[in-house]
Design a protein around this ligand. Sequence first.
Ligand SMILES: Cc1ncc(COP(=O)(O)O)c(C=O)c1O
Length: 372
Amino acid sequence: MNDFDQLIDRRNSHSTKWDKYAGRDILPFWIADMDFAAPAFIRDALYARLDHPIIGYTKPPATLTEAFQGWLQHHYQWSIPEEWVVWLPGVVPGMNMAARCLGLEEKVMIPTPVYYPFLEIADNVQRQDVRVPLALDQGRWQMDLEHMQTLVDGVKMVSIANPQNPTGRAYSLAELQALADFIERNDLILVSDEIHCNIVLAEDSQHLPVAQWLPDIAHRTISLFAATKTYNIPGLGCAAAVIPDADLRAQFQAQEAGLVPGIGPLNLVASEAAFNDRSDWLNQLLGQLRANAENLATVAGTRMTKVEATYLAWINIADLGLNDVEAHFESHGLGISDGAQFGHPDYIRFNFACPDAMLNQGLERLARALSN
Ligand SMILES: Cc1ncc(COP(=O)(O)O)c(C=O)c1O
């Protein structure tokens, strides 16, 4: 089993997270990978693959799709046919491919704040986006469907992160049903990025895959899944698009042409091992993350809304009146993400997926940074 307390030196591993601050006394709590070792059973599967010395072009094997179907069944009691699944080298290519299905005049609506690649989609695919802020209601960030309705003219697609990055919301069934009504009423397609689906921290929340829980609009959905967050293997990109409608699926697949590379054989092996996992690994990870979220909340207090899902906290810093948010936190030895990147200044996103010793040191610094 993993030792989630072990501090692993990631310097000199070309880590995006750690290299940003190489040579400076700044602890990185920004990009969304975890400072925990990937589980041994995944690394063993990789070593076993390397026993074969040829690393050629490789197709996603049927065993990968079976593993993914088994994983959906195991975690969500959801059974899907294999035809619904389109394999991709990452979730981000999938969300861009989805938007390329739009006509040139059709717009994509994006509730914000959101993981910053959503905000790049419109430019990438030369369409327009319509950004609608989430509303903070009784300490919970929620989709503002009334506001969305006023801006829906010309919109054909809504792209959401579910669970939500960076606010840590796990949308409830009532919220998703209200969204489904909006989608149906306005004849839209829903793209749901469910990469954080396993990382639900709140005991009273659960992940609700939209295509499972909103059957009336399942034919209008493109859902994006991956095992790479849960098992901390984001460097081995591999994602599954689940698209129940055959025409929409064909349209989506046609966008791949010439732009999206195949998936590397090591990536395939790692994700298959992850989807086949039935060990206690995820439970243990969630235990560590829940404790870390509580620990962080003791310092961030009411600045931070409850993290229902993900290992990312969204923290209000409006009162600090900062001109350069990153520079302020860096001067206190912290690398965080500026909320402006996600579409909302006055916030920071703090990634708390790390061993206690690192988090505790970070929290001492955070307490000072928030009081200065
Ligand atoms: C909501 C969300 N979607 C997608 C990704 C990245 O997915 P991929 O690396 O498979 O493109 C992340 C990574 O942080 C994320 O938080």
